[in-house]
Ligand binder design. Structure first.
Ligand code: SAH
Ligand code: SF4
Ligand code: F3S
Length: 438
């Protein structure tokens, strides 16, 4: 049997697309493994959101080149995802060992591309077009049998000035509501997944391109009507477009996760304006507080960029201030990275690496302190959790997740895997909490 490996970089959208590539390859008779040395085909599903992502991909391509030259001369090397979309043909010119370059809208053409390469009719197959189309639905294999993700919008219209995503993912287009609901039913009712992760660069603007009134609140409402016990999560909402209606729907539907990712990016009005984020520090804090008031037990997480062009020490202190006040369970924290073609890349006053590193360090320290404090608040609480299976580090202990996305370790029968159970929290550490069955 032919074997293939898919290596995924970047965000949940790429994880979703890798699951689709996996299914396409399985349908062609490939066994999907996790070992580039034993694979007849290797796909790198790439990201280009920060500079580090590209560097990693070049490293991996070097490794693959060596394998192809020394022992697997017929190995098919494919590059998909946002870096492939961005670089297009140039990538295949730079790295002769690449056979296939597929843009984000074109993964459905992978089987044809593999056949074209195998038949010897083509040296390279490159597709990066159609980026403003709604892609056809492709079945996905998520492997782990817990979380299935569904894109509800593709692309982005926001053009935050630091961000490359709108350039590589095209304009925003929404998937029809009936299609999302029927896909969710298939995953939950037929395939046994317990969690649906809705994906979009700005899920709150879902439906803006429809003229039938369907929007994100309505989509959530319809999904909650599906029978059974399961959890719905979504990433990411944009703070500017978070409506009261959506908050209301979440508050009234326990099936929607009590964890919301609310990207802050910066706490400074000046920086937020330069980033084109469309909200102020006070508006953001007011929204976060409203969410916390209306949805008890909610946990918030966020994305933050430090060292955006022109960011002063005072601007940065505003970011720390928001972190201190909102109290996120955890944060994804990044140093600003120049992306060619974006507005911010041409802004004067780019900061030096030292300043960025130093600010990132201070931010991480503050966040860790808060994460630890919030973790302690779980002590003694009784919570319903979903049992994912044995813990990776200790097979004798089961690992589960709360609706607020906190990992709970506890002792119990392996039979509980895949079920929802109630636990009482008996011990807490920064990232993991411990409990016992009740
Ligand atoms: N659409 C999502 C995020 C997409 S990118 C949203 O708006 O929430 C994921 C995160 O990468 C962003 O939230 C941002 O924090 C970070 N990011 C994007 N471009 C970046 C850049 N040029 N430098 C550093 N971080 C960046
Ligand atoms: Fe990038 Fe902003 Fe769009 Fe998110 S909302 S993908 S940060 S442009
Ligand atoms: Fe990266 Fe593309 Fe996602 S640039 S973060 S893989 S949308």
């Amino acid at each position: 049997m032919k074997k293939a490996t898919i290596i995924t970089y970047g965000c949940a959208m790429n994880v979703n697309e890798s699951a689709k590539i996996r299914k396409l390859l399985e349908n062609m008779g490939y066994e999907v493994i996790d070992n580039i040395h034993e694979s007849d085909a290797v796909f790198l599903n790439t990201c280009t959101v920060r500079e580090g992502a590209a560097t990693q991909i070049y490293g991996k391509l070097g490794e693959l080149k060596h394998i192809k030259e020394t022992k697997k001369e017929n190995m098919i090397i494919g590059v998909t995802g946002c870096f492939a979309q961005e670089q297009g043909e140039e990538l295949a010119n730079k790295f002769k060992q690449i056979d296939i370059v597929m843009g984000n809208q074109n993964i459905g053409k992978i089987p044809q591309a593999i056949e074209d390469i195998e038949s010897g009719n083509f040296k390279h197959v490159i597709f990066t077009g159609d980026e403003d189309e709604l892609p056809p639905r492709i079945d996905a294999d998520f492997g782990d049998k817990v979380v299935a993700s569904i894109p509800i919008t593709y692309g982005c219209n926001n053009f935050c000035t630091y961000c490359i995503v709108p350039y590589v993912r095209g304009r925003e287009r929404s998937v029809p509501l009936e299609q999302v609901v029927s896909e969710a039913k298939e995953y939950l009712l037929e395939k046994g997944y317990k969690e649906i992760l809705l994906l979009g660069q700005n899920v709150n603007s879902y439906g803006n391109d429809f003229d039938n009134g369907d929007n994100f609140a309505k989509l959530l409402t319809e999904l909650c009507k599906i029978e059974g016990e399961f959890i719905i999560r979504f990433i990411s909402p944009h703070p500017r477009d978070f409506t009261d209606e959506v908050i209301e729907v979440i508050a009234n539907n326990p099936k929607i996760a009590r964890s919301i990712h609310l990207p802050l990016q910066s706490g400074s009005n000046e920086t937020l304006k330069a980033m084109n984020r469309g909200y102020t520090k006070d508006e953001y804090i007011a929204l976060a507080m409203k969410i916390k008031n209306k949805i008890p037990d909610v946990s918030l997480t966020t994305d933050i960029i430090v060292g955006f062009p022109g960011e002063t020490e005072e601007n940065f202190l505003d970011t720390l201030d928001v972190v201190e006040r909102v109290k996120y369970d955890s944060s994804f924290m990044f140093m600003y990275s120049i992306r060619k073609g974006t507005k911010a890349a041409d802004m004067p006053n780019q900061l030096d690496d030292e300043t960025k590193k130093e600010r990132l360090q201070r931010l991480i320290e503050l966040q860790n302190k808060i994460s630890k404090e919030l973790s302690q608040e779980y002590l003694g609480k009784k919570l319903r959790i979903f049992v994912e299976g044995p813990s990776k580090k200790n097979k004798d202990v089961l690992s589960g997740r709360t609706s607020s996305n906190k990992i709970v370790l506890f002792e119990g029968d392996k039979e509980l895997e895949g079920k929802f159970v109630d636990v009482e929290i008996t011990e807490t550490k920064t990232w993991t909490i411990y409990g016992k069955l009740v």
